[in-house]
Ligand binder design. Sequence first.
Ligand code: UDX
Length: 453
Amino acid sequence: MDQERRRVVLFPCPFQGHINPMLQLATILHSHSKGALSIIIVHPEFNSPNSSNYPNFTFLPISDGLSESQQAHSSIHDAMPMLPVLNQICVSPFKDCLVNKILSQQHEPPVACIIADALMHFTQHVADSLNIPRIVLRTSSAITFAVFKVLRGKDYYPIKGTSTGAADLPRVKTNDAEGLPQLAIDMVEQTKASSGLIWNTFELLDQSALETVCQEFSIPNFPIGPFHKLTPASSSSLLTQDFSCISWLDKQAPSSVIYISFGSLAALDQAQLVEIALGLADSEQSFLWVIRPGLVRSSNDDKAYEDPTNFLPQYFNEMIQSGRGCIVKWAPQHEVLAHPAVGGFWTHSGWNSTLESICEGVPMLCWPFFGDQMMNARCVSQVWRVGLQLENELERSEIERFIKRLMVQENNKEREEMVVRVNDLKEKAELCLTIGGSSYQSLESLIDYIFSF
Ligand code: UDX
């Protein structure tokens, strides 16, 4: 029996939007191979996943050497500079862990491959040095990757133009000139050098971009998503999910609530938080709003506030007391989006959130902040046409107008059409995942491929 088993070593990028899909992938590989693939998660100590939620997997933390101040991240401002650092300081600890804790266990099944997040590109050198195949997991859409690839070598970065096309390019708003391009170049190069590429997307959504990537890269591609539909609800949350909002949703009318969350890294300033509150109040819609610790930062000294709700206007808090809205620090997002009371999602357009919304047939109001979110928002609003995009300056009357366009149900043809289209995509996702569907077949091929090493 042991001869038919393999171990697979997974290395996630230690941020929520990357940990979730990596642990979902681990669960999928383990269950779809009926336990024949043993899962080892090697991860930096920083943002360690909760291993007790995954009793079947082995978790091996490696020392990342990050200082306490480097670890005290709460937004993209801190996360982005950390990526090149992690790519340097994890090299030796990861290799040591492989050599001394994994490969040295000769009574265990052979290690078939390493599966690493595309952003953790250093893992290719480590894999090469130990002669282990490496497969890459790309946690965002194929279209963003195709764009990085096509723009590579051309003079597009740092982004200079202000035309629509330039505004959509993947970027980090605060530091466009340096970090992203080099990281993107390394990510693309080391993906090209890998043995395969796994996508959390599905063909009927991302087909032309997947074709572009397949043409450019001579490695096998495995679009097997959406992952979260193949796994139980998230147990990889770094923050505690507050389920009290589900009982609040139970009391609301169907499709009446706008859910608002800007993911785990986006940061607002105090004025933006207040403007959102005022626009929400004026929209007269019910809302569920995730205000996580650190969502608001001071524009003077970049300090993150632990409880940004302190900045909300008094009458807004009274409105919450009266039951029109609910605020939580962190929500069980899958359950929220699947709830019949939720009729729209105001999102920062992170890829996980975008997929999760599509899979529940929830139209979106997109307000992207950085990176792949720009492209995701453009696809949602103009390619798939399952949402709107807030592009002008964040201002209460503009917010009110967009929320009403998204949410009001009477005589709102624009909303009706978005709902039809998003439900069509939802069905396509389901189709891809059923036996014989493209994601299902890709998953079968991926498992065969892993066993072929
Ligand atoms: C980041 C990037 O922003 C994103 O663009 C990239 O594609 C992945 O990494 P993040 O900003 O956190 O991720 O956004 P997103 O991709 O949407 O991931 C957030 C995850 O946290 C989702 O899986 C969502 O379900 C979960 N979440 C979010 C919660 O569980 N509760 C919440 O209250 C909010």
